[in-house]
Design a protein around this ligand. Sequence first.
Ligand code: NAD
Length: 482
Amino acid sequence: MTTGFTMTIAGKAMAGATEYDVLDPADETVAGRAPVCSPEQLDQAVAAARAAFPGWSGTPFEERRKLVLAVADAVEAQLEPLKRLLTREQGKSLDDAAGEILGFGYWLRGTAALSLPETVNEDSGERLSVTRRIPLGVVGAIVPWNYPLGNAGFKIAPALLAGNTMVWKPSPFTPLVTLRVGEILRDVLPPGVLNVVSGDAALGPRMTGHPGIDMISYTGSTRTGRQVMAGAAPTLTRVTLELGGNDPAIVLPDVDVPAVAEKLFWGAFANSGQVCLAIKRLYIHRDVYEPLKRALAACAATVRSGPGTEPGVRLGPVQNRPQYDRVLDLLHDSRASGHTFAAGGLPQPRDQERPGYFVPVTLVDNPPEDSRIVQEEQFGPVLPLLRFDDVEDAVTRANAGEYGLGASVWSADPEAALAVGRRLEAGTVWINEVQHLTPDVTFAGHKQSGLGSEGGPEGLLEFTTPRTITLRRSDAASTTTA
Ligand code: NAD
C-alpha cells in the first residue's frame, strides 16, 4: 500500500477530515488511502481558486502557455512511479498506464499550441469594436475512473491555457494518481491555480451546486450527466458534459478480414472495453460475418488477461465492483436469453470466488437487436457481433438509441465507407480506424452522449466567454485601441 496522499489546496498539502481505502481491482487489496474532502475544505479549495483567478487570468497568454508545457514536463518526469500507481489503482497494464501518462503530456503540448481568436467587428472613424474570449473563472473538473489522467488532460490543458483556475476531482475509485499529480504540480503552478480534492459520493454533487464555481467540466455516464446538469441549474453554472456511448462499427462486405480483425478487436477491447469511444456494437455484413467472427475469436483466445503488473498482460480487470457486477449482470441476461458466445462468457464460479474483477473477453454471437447487451453501454470486455444483410438496415440500427458519441465504418472502398459514414449520428465518425484523437481536433457527443465539446479550437472556446468592447470615437482621426 502506498501512503501519504494529500489534497492540494492553495498550493499546500491538505489531509482529509477522514480517509478511505482505494482498492486494487486486480486483487482487492488496499492500493492506498485517499483523503475525504469535507464541505469546509471544498469551500477552501474554491476560495483558493477564486483568489488565484485575477493573477492567473492576468498572466500573459504566452506565459500561461509555458506553464502548461511545464505541467506536461513535470508529470512525464515522474512516469515510472506514476505508471505503477496508475496500474495499481486502475488495473490497466503497465504499458497502457505509461501510454496514458504520456498521452496526458501529448494533449497538454498540443493544446498549448492553440490560440484564442480576436475579432475586430468595426474599426471606423465612429467606433472601434473588438470581441475577445475571456476565461470564465473557477472551473470544476469531474473525471471518471477509466482514464483518470487522460480524461483530466482534456480539461486541464484548455482551462488553464484560457486563464481559468481549477478544482479537480477524480473518481472516488481512482484518486491516487490525481492526488500525486497535484503534489507534483505544487512547485510548477502558482498557488491556487490548480486545486485537487478527493472524496466520497457526496463531493461531486457539492461541486456542481457550489456558488463559487463558474463552470463544471464533466466526463462520465449519461445518467450522472443529467444529475450534473440539474445540480448546476440553480446557479446557472455552465456545463460541458462528455457522456456515455454505445458506438457502432459497420463492416462492409469488401473488407480484408485478416487485415481488419485485430484493429476491430482492439477498438472494442482496449482497456478491457472501458473506453467511452470503444466499439460497443459490431455490425458485420453477412458475407464476412463467419470469417470475421472466427478471426475475432482467435484474437480473444490469444490475448493475455490478468493483473496489469504481470509481464505480457494486455487486458486488466474491470476497474471496480459495481461495474464488474453490471457487466456480469449483462452476461447473465445474455445467457438467460439463450444467446451463444463465440468467445468467453460468464467467469467460472471458482474464478468469481477469487479476488479481482476479471471478466473473460466475450463475443456474443448475433444476439437480437433489442437485447440488453446491444441496447445498453456495457463498458467492459463484452462485444455483441450483429449480422446484417442490407446496409440500410445497418445504418438504421446503428443510429437507433439515445447515444451519439463515436462510430466507424470499415471497407476497402473509401468512397462507399464515407457515404455510409456521413449518415451516422455521432460526433466523430472514423473510416477504417477508430479512437484516433488529436488535440487540434474537436470531439463532441451528439444526442445524449454530451453537451459541448472537448479538444481543438472549439474545445478551448468552451472554457471562455465572449466579451465585446466598443469604443465610440469622438472624431474620425482617433486611433485609440479597445
Ligand atoms: P460516473 O458518472 O459514475 O462518475 C463520473 C464522475 O462523476 C466521478 O468522478 C463521480 O464521483 C462523479 N459523480 C457521480 N455522481 C455525481 C453527481 N451527482 N454530481 C456530480 N458528480 C458526480 O461515471 P463512471 O462510471 O466513473 O465512468 C464511466 C462512464 O463515463 C461511461 O458511461 C463512459 O462512457 C463515460 N465516459 C465518457 C467519456 C467521454 O469523453 N464522452 C470519456 C470517458 C468515460
